[in-house]
Design a protein around this ligand. Structure first.
Ligand code: NDP
Ligand code: GDR
Length: 319
């Protein structure tokens, strides 16, 4: 029997990789899409004819109930969110509404319309925030450092709460940073790889950046969506950390990306206070032993390979 999956955030980085994975597995894929004046389907252009789009918004409860009704899903992947940490200080209320309350809106739509559907919530290592314990795992206390992190923490706990209150199959995946050539250009990896390609091709002279000392645990998005799917195939719902178990500074990322194009980053990178955040998450390093043991999840693409893949993709695109 064909399974139905509903993905919110289908136009984003993870939505596109997850849709590919589920289509390969024979799912009928429904994607919740916001109305925009100009449709931006860059990430899913190649599979758009295989996806059934449903118009809706996380802020509009009725549209979510309708989306669940129409798609009659076996699995719901709630990936939609205002996902850029920097913007969450400029639009904290919107971030709270979509990244936080939006999760309740989606859970309510499932509870009222198809409570037996399995539910995945896209939680984040940003919830760990200030370093309390390292490496960070499922039992590490949370201390978010941005309006985005605070909203994600609400989304995480409401997912746990619906599981415990209504016996729903609801899982929270606590994913560390994951990147790809489909990453939005404001996120640091893609900002750097896009700039490297532009500088290499003579289209840009410098790259303005914020804190180069921050450390992140960066993996490949294509590997991480497999973990989302695995979580919903288990006998019992649970929460899992997904990470590489390696951490690197932003400076290392910059060095690898420029180096891959034969450039010396020190000649191009300018520190601009505009990109320094009001409160920073200094160090993220995840321990995903539980996911490895219980889900059998494994990593395929390493950090250096990932950054080089992104530089190559940006060079190819711009040429
Ligand atoms: P993207 O920013 O690439 O995609 C976000 C998606 O959410 C887009 O499809 C966007 O649609 C949609 N969206 C935003 N607001 C709304 C709304 N109000 N109603 C409906 N749709 C909306 O994010 P990623 O793919 O990188 O991440 C997926 C999820 O995982 C996000 O929730 C993110 O916070 C979380 N996450 C990501 C990590 C990462 O490193 N990538 C790590 C941990 C968690 P539109 O195209 O219309 O803007
Ligand atoms: P993050 O990702 O905040 O970890 O959230 P981002 O790539 O934006 O920042 C990573 C680190 O790089 C530092 N940095 C800069 N960041 C950006 N964007 N631009 C710059 O110029 C710059 N200079 C330095 C930042 O200060 C930060 O320390 C991502 C998002 O995908 C979230 O949705 C997700 O939940 C978390 O990862 C896990």
């Amino acid at each position: 029997m064909t399974k139905n999956a509903l993905i919110t955030g289908i136009t984003g980085q993870d939505g596109s990789y997850l849709a590919e994975l589920l289509l390969e597995k024979g799912y009928k894929v429904f994607g919740l899409r916001r109305r925009t004046s100009v449709p931006i389907l860059e990430n899913i252009e190649h599979i758009k004819n295989e996806i059934e789009f449903i118009d809706g918004d996380l802020l509009d409860q009725g549209s979510l109930i309708q989306a669940v009704r129409v798609s009659n899903p076996d699995e719901v992947y709630n990936l939609a969110a205002q996902s850029f940490v920097g913007t969450s200080w400029i639009q904290p209320v919107l971030t709270g509404q979509s990244t936080g309350i939006g999760v309740t809106n989606m859970l309510e739509a499932v509870r009222l319309t198809r409570p037996e559907a399995r539910f995945y919530q896209a939680s984040s290592s940003e919830m760990f925030g200030k370093v309390v314990e390292t490496p960070q795992k499922e039992t590490t206390p949370f201390y978010p450092r941005s309006p985005y992190g605070v909203a994600k923490l609400y989304g995480h706990w409401i997912t746990v709460n619906y599981r415990e209150s209504f016996d729903m199959f609801a899982c929270s995946g606590i994913l560390f940073n994951h990147e790809s050539p489909r990453r939005g250009v404001e996120f640091v990896t893609r900002k750097v790889t896009d700039a490297v390609a532009r500088i290499k091709l003579g289209l840009q002279n410098e790259l303005r950046m914020g804190n180069l000392d921050a450390k992140r645990d960066w993996g490949f998005a294509g590997d991480y969506v497999k973990a989302m799917w695995l979580m919903l195939q288990q006998d019992k719902p649970d929460d899992f950390v997904i990470s590489t178990g390696e951490t690197h500074t932003v400076e290392e990322l910059v060095e690898i990306a420029f180096g891959h194009a034969g450039l010396n980053w020190r000649e191009y990178v300018v520190i601009d206070p505009k990109f320094v955040r009001p409160a920073e998450v200094d160090l993220l390093l995840g321990d995903c032993t539980k996911a490895k043991d219980k889900l059998g999840w494994k990593l395929e693409v390493g950090f250096e390979e990932l950054i080089k893949m992104m530089v190559d993709a940006d060079l190819k695109r711009l040429r």
